[in-house]
Design a protein around this ligand. Structure first.
Ligand code: NAD
Ligand code: TDX
Length: 337
């Protein structure tokens, strides 16, 4: 099987590639049915794309790297040819950046996805796996979303992801393309760009600095280790029904205050290191996914509990300063409020 992974140099896409190619030290087994004969990574290498993330599999002869933009129709057409499956991760992914400027989000997330879908249609790609997010539903005060819940995104990021998610499903309904969509909750783990809350807070604390907690810190997120997200995507890639949406979640909800308390403790720091700051505009209060469908249909369950996963993740950032220090040096402060 020849697999094209878009955004494969990013946080989650690179975990998928490392898992597919069973990188030494990769956390957990790969489904033997997914054994790829070739893996192509198509990645623009934006600020969040990093070839270091693929270092553990760099020498695997099955891996090919193409630096390019998913909006580049000629390039996409050439790259998509000859692949059996596309797993589409490439996106602008940070909510705060979408508040400061929405244009790259609409371009990459909507137009880029349409460009890929058109190429897949032309080349008769057997399966298109679209990686979406729980943020497309907006915010939920109580209970959990099921896959049939109406989409009501609130940020330019989530609106652009909802656009791409619906486009992918439309190519199934209109053209009969084999499309499956996953919607996942908040990921954490190694190689996450230090702008997202967990790596930002951990690296700030390891540097002896402070952490900016938005608003009252009462916003709730459901946390899932990136490896469990990728295990879920692999199951959907292999066994998901065409035209269907599958939730992938962790079932471990924490308020930002609870998460912060945990990270402070893991980094031997106290509450004096927390700086309350103006809230993010349009800040979603709570995300919560019902994962019954993927559990019952595909036998999925998360394998890494939050305490173990967070402990390993903090340790990874302690051990990999050489990975994150240059990235932090280049970050412009995001505008949240
Ligand atoms: P990331 O920002 O770490 O990685 C995105 C990757 O896409 C980078 O390698 C970047 O270079 C590449 N890219 C961006 N624009 C591109 C373009 N125009 N052409 C080609 N490549 C381009 O993001 P991530 O956290 O790994 O997220 C991956 C996917 O998973 C995204 O689609 C995101 O919406 C989705 N998702 C993320 C989370 C999360 O918690 N991080 C949760 C659910 C879903
Ligand atoms: O400095 C911060 N302070 C803070 O309090 C940052 C960066 C965030 N936060 C809060 C905002 C959120 O309530 O922490 C929570 C998590 O924030 P992010 O890490 O930015 O994630 P979120 O906005 O929830 O979106 C993430 O999950 C869904 C990913 O970035 C998306 O790509 C994914 O689709």
């Amino acid at each position: 099987m020849r697999i094209l992974v878009t955004g494969g140099a990013g946080f989650i896409g690179s975990e998928y590639v490392r898992m597919l190619l069973q990188a030494p030290g990769s956390t957990g087994p790969t489904d033997p049915h997914l054994e790829p004969s070739a893996v192509t990574v198509l990645d623009k290498l934006t600020y969040s794309g990093n070839l270091q993330n693929l270092a553990p599999v760099r020498d695997d002869p099955r891996l090919r790297l193409v630096r390019g933009d998913i909006c580049d129709q000629a390039l996409v057409d050439e790259v998509v040819a000859g692949h059996d499956v596309i797993v589409h991760f490439a996106a602008e992914s940070h909510v705060d950046r979408s508040i400061s400027g929405a244009a790259p989000f609409v371009t990459t997330n909507v137009l880029g996805t349409q460009t890929l879908l058109d190429a897949a249609l032309r080349h008769g790609t057997h399966r298109f796996v679209h990686v979406s997010t729980d943020e497309v539903y907006g915010s939920i005060d109580e209970g959990s979303w099921t896959e049939t819940w109406p989409l009501a995104p609130n940020s330019p990021y989530s609106a652009s992801k909802a656009g791409s998610d619906l486009l992918a499903l439309a190519y199934h309904r209109t053209h009969g393309m084999d499309v499956v969509v996953t919607r996942c909750s908040n990921n954490y783990g190694p190689y996450q760009f230090p702008e997202k809350v967990i790596p930002l807070f951990v690296t700030n604390l390891l540097d002896g600095g402070t952490v900016p907690l938005y608003g009252d810190g009462g916003n709730i997120r459901d946390w899932l280790h990136v490896h469990d997200h990728c295990r879920g995507i692999a199951m959907v890639q292999e066994k998901g029904r065409a035209g269907e949406v599958y939730h992938i979640g962790g079932g471990t909800e924490l308020s930002n205050k609870e998460l912060t308390a945990w990270l402070l403790q893991a980094c031997d720091a106290g509450w004096d290191r927390v700086v309350p700051v103006t809230d993010r505009k349009g800040h979603d209060r709570r995300y919560s996914l019902d994962i019954s469908k993927i559990r019952l249909e595909l036998g999925y369950a998360p394998s890494i509990d939050l305490e173990r996963g967070l402990t390993q993740t903090v340790q990874w950032y302690r051990d990999h300063r050489a990975w994150w220090e240059p990235l932090k040096a280049g970050i412009e402060p995001a505008v949240a409020g």
